[in-house]
Design a protein around this ligand. Structure first.
Ligand code: AMP
Length: 429
């Protein structure tokens, strides 16, 4: 029990952690290039925030939220998604008074959903996402879709499918909802339990049923019910995407699991991810800011699953390489000089080198074996005699040669050797 992590959670050990860092820096770089500012919100919020924004009849709120009561009796929830919290922060931080649109992003934030764990689906997972608050213009939707695609293709991922739909606005959606109920009524008996609930509360979600695709395939397309404004918006978005040279598929049955979406919805999938093929999902949420007590503020964004992105990169052989070993190992030839070796290692680190040293009191031979195991190309051996001359032995571990170098020239000599080696590796790779 004590050595088992909770179901649906993952540890990120050092080799993996380096991959996470590489991904996160890619996202920070790209977000900066597009002019988005980073936002970090708390891991937990008032549960009501998600009930109001994600929606009472959604799987997330009904079945998947980690809700708890704190010692003062407040009902709190571990965040199941990022948008509601970003909107809350946008309002609370006074950003709604800033020049609009305000463009925000988060990279690698932990989210929590009590879902059935399987490959690509966890109870604690991480998302990166962007939100553009304060623009109803289809150019904002286009930028958000383009950013998602840029993010993924910039990592070398191919075979991506972008699916796009418009789910209308509060003006045109009610008629479609009614039409959808009419369409589903004859199927009521054969619908799954979830769908029978959705029939009354959230009929759009019927289109998303994974149990029986038959009724959804035969359903009338939503786009036929869009009002003129929604149609114009959707066409203009496609015009921008075409101009950007982005390939996408129109999917009139694409809906999303969160209630706050209006007009644009999109999803990016990767073929190698199996059942959980969705890498990234997003869309427009024009009513959310106002529903949470802010001024009318149309907005659009997406969220991307970091674990799934790493799985897709691994499946394509694109996972960032494991971190390199140290540049140099500083060994002590005898117990009497261990403190001097440690001080020298500290000096070399301050000069910018990556330095390992012995923390186990090993013999010099065992230290050198350890240095080779760590992959250090060079070792500095600190011995009493050399120290008395103000020098140390520098051993080229790969070639088996060694030389004596004055201590005050050691950092410079090593830096030269390390740089030369990197240049050779760079030109070979
Ligand atoms: P959503 O917030 O449901 O729109 O999901 C956006 C993205 O987050 C999905 O496309 C997935 O990549 C990722 N995601 C959602 N739920 C999970 C989960 N339980 N485990 C891992 N990734 C998830």
């Amino acid at each position: 029990m004590l050595t088992r992590r909770p179901r649906g959670t993952n540890d990120v050990l050092p080799v993996e952690a380096a991959r996470w860092r590489a991904l996160e820096s890619h996202i920070h770089r790209l977000a900066a290039a597009y002019g988005y500012g980073e936002v970090r919100t708390p891991l937990f919020e008032h549960a009501e925030l998600f009930q109001r924004s994600v929606g009472q009849d959604t799987d997330i709120v009904e079945k998947e939220m980690y809700v708890f009561v704190d010692r003062a009796g407040r009902r709190l929830a571990l965040r199941p998604e990022g948008t509601a919290a970003v909107v809350r922060a946008f309002l609370e931080g006074g950003l709604s008074a800033a020049p609009l649109p305000v463009k925000l992003y988060y990279a690698g934030s932990a989210m929590f959903r009590y879902d059935r764990p399987e490959a690509g689906r966890y109870r604690q997972f991480h998302q990166a996402g962007v939100e553009v608050l304060g623009s109803s213009d289809p150019a904002a939707d286009a930028e958000v879709v383009a950013l998602a695609v840029d993010l993924l293709t910039g990592l070398g991922l191919g075979g991506l499918e972008v699916r796009l739909n418009s789910i209308g606005c509060p003006r045109c959606r009610p008629a479609y909802r009614e039409r959808l109920r009419e369409h589903y009524r004859p199927y009521l008996d054969r619908l799954c339990e979830d769908c029978r609930r959705r029939f009354d509360g959230n009929p759009l979600r019927l289109l998303d049923c994974k149990v029986d695709r038959g009724p959804a395939e035969a359903a009338p397309p939503l786009t036929a019910f869009l009002c003129d404004e929604c149609t114009r918006h959707f066409r203009a978005l496609q015009g921008y995407l075409n101009a950007l040279g982005l390939t996408y598929t129109l999917d009139p049955r694409l809906v999303r699991g969160l209630d706050y979406y209006t007009r644009t919805v999109f999803e990016v999938t990767h073929p190698r991810l199996g059942a959980q093929s969705s890498l990234c999902g997003g869309g427009r949420y024009d009513g959310l800011v106002e529903a949470l007590g802010g001024p009318p503020t149309p907005a659009v964004g997406f969220a991307l699953g970091m674990e799934r992105l790493l799985l897709a990169l691994e499946a394509e052989g694109l996972a960032p390489a494991a971190p390199a070993g140290p540049d140099v190992f500083v060994g002590a030839a005898g117990d009497g000089v261990r403190a001097e070796a440690m001080a020298l290692a500290a000096r070399l680190r301050r000069s910018g080198l990556t330095v390992e040293t012995d923390l186990s009191g090993r013999s010099l031979r065992a230290q050198l074996k350890h240095a080779a195991r760590l992959g250090a190309p060079f070792a500095v051996l600190v011995g009493e005699e050399e120290l008395a001359r103000g020098a140390a032995v520098l051993r080229h571990l790969e070639r088996g040669e060694q030389e004596e170098v004055p201590l005050d020239r050691l950092a410079e000599r090593l830096a030269g050797l390390v740089a030369g080696r990197r240049a050779r590796e760079g030109s070979a790779g």
